[in-house]
Design a protein around this ligand. Structure first.
Ligand code: FES
Ligand SMILES: [Fe+2]
Length: 373
């Protein structure tokens, strides 16, 4: 694509070589925040076809994903209950069973052992299944440090009319709380991304969700000045959905998806999709395919623009420390309120506190900058 975001290549180079800097997970003696609880994206639905098994990692453990012939997706702890083979390595899917290749015990994808290759009755053995959801083309697994079941559900995102998400993944030194903080860090929009806020952003924190809206003006190479209004919703620390309507008929949607892999190491997935309502001015037999093609082109264009723009964050995150008491200034986003909201996603509270940060934010509000919060 010819209209690259200025600084994109340099940013990726800085992310990869750091100009001699040490990535954050190696630079500090211990992770400043533990793994959070919640739903985290470990892949896109189209990455696991019926009959396939893949392995992903989240909060320090492998997670095996297997899709049965019926299309059911299941997430499993990796090791076979028999003698411990890794099902992501040795497992194959037959119908809606997974068969471990070490001794060929077959397990229902719901857990129980159905049969062995020895012919006798199966042992009372059950696979450890993990809560998994598919929504909007994403695969989300529930992770809780104390092993507790889900206490809330991710949103049911419609896929009707939307193209499959086009996404990418980076392995970064970082943490979902710090990465997701980006969406309310309005101060960096202009100074890192070159997008000027056209009005005071709106933000609210409500239970497990944080939501808001902001309007920016920016200059795109070969396109010129454009303005756009983004509406975002954050569901826990692993799923941010940002939507931007281009017209009554054309909508785009982006996902920012940090998945905590190991202490202060995360996979960061970014994905884009688009929907174009069929036009009544096009003959009926052509309108649906035409809107599908248009949606794919728009998705791909927005993917490139926003993936390039988003890449500017990578060298920040990869070498960034966690400032427990950041020295905030008027013009910053509602960092303190965000961190207070984020505390609910730890089954045991993080050792750090954000008290000093709250005090700084309160000062801003008294100075008349509360409208941006
Ligand atoms: S270890 Fe899986 S069948 Fe034996
Ligand atoms: Fe950013």
């Amino acid at each position: 694509m010819s209209w690259r975001t200025p600084g994109h290549r340099r940013s990726l180079r800085l992310f990869r070589d750091g100009a001699g800097a040490t990535p954050a997970h190696m630079a500090f003696p211990s992770a400043p925040l533990p793994h959070p609880d919640g739903w985290f994206c470990v892949g896109f639905g189209h990455e696991v076809a019926a009959g396939e098994v893949i392995t992903r990692r989240s909060t320090g453990e492998d997670v095996v994903l297997a899709r049965g012939a019926s299309g059911r997706l299941r997430a499993l702890r990796p090791h076979c209950p028999h003698l411990g083979a890794h099902l992501g390595v040795m497992g194959t899917v037959t119908g809606d069973d997974i068969v471990c290749g070490f001794h060929r015990f077959a397990f229902s994808l719901d857990g129980p052992c159905r049969r062995t290759a020895y012919g006798g009755p199966p042992p009372r053995a059950t696979l450890d299944t993990l809560p998994v959801r598919e929504t909007g083309g994403l695969i989300l697994v529930w992770r809780a440090r104390d092993g507790s079941p889900p206490t809330w559900e991710p949103p049911a995102l419609s896929t009707s009319g939307w193209r499959a998400p086009r996404g990418t993944m980076y392995e970064v030194a970082g943490h979902p709380q710090q990465i997701t903080e980006n969406v309310v860090d309005f101060g960096h929009l202009e100074h890192l991304h070159g997008a000027t806020l056209a009005a005071a952003p709106e933000v609210s924190f409500d239970g497990r969700e944080c939501g808001g809206r902001f309007r920016v003006v920016r200059r795109l190479p070969r396109v010129g000045q454009v303005s756009a209004t983004y509406t975002f919703r954050v569901y826990g620390l692993g799923l941010t959905v940002i939507e931007c309507a281009l017209s009554d008929h054309v909508a785009t949607r982006f996902f920012a998806l940090p998945n905590p892999v190991d202490p202060w190491r995360a996979e960061f997935r970014f994905a884009a999709t688009a929907r174009v309502a069929p036009s009544e001015r096009v003959p009926r037999m052509w309108s649906k395919p035409a809107s599908g093609v248009a949606a794919r082109l728009i998705r791909d264009a927005f993917y490139v623009i926003h993936a390039h723009g988003g890449s500017l964050d990578l060298p920040v995150w990869h070498y960034q420390t966690y400032r427990e008491t950041p020295r905030l200034a008027p013009g910053d986003g509602p960092i303190g309120r965000y961190r207070k909201w984020a505390e609910q996603f730890y089954s045991t509270p993080p050792a750090t506190t954000t008290g000093d940060c709250h005090a700084v934010c309160d000062v801003h509000q008294r100075q008349g900058h509360g409208g941006q919060h």
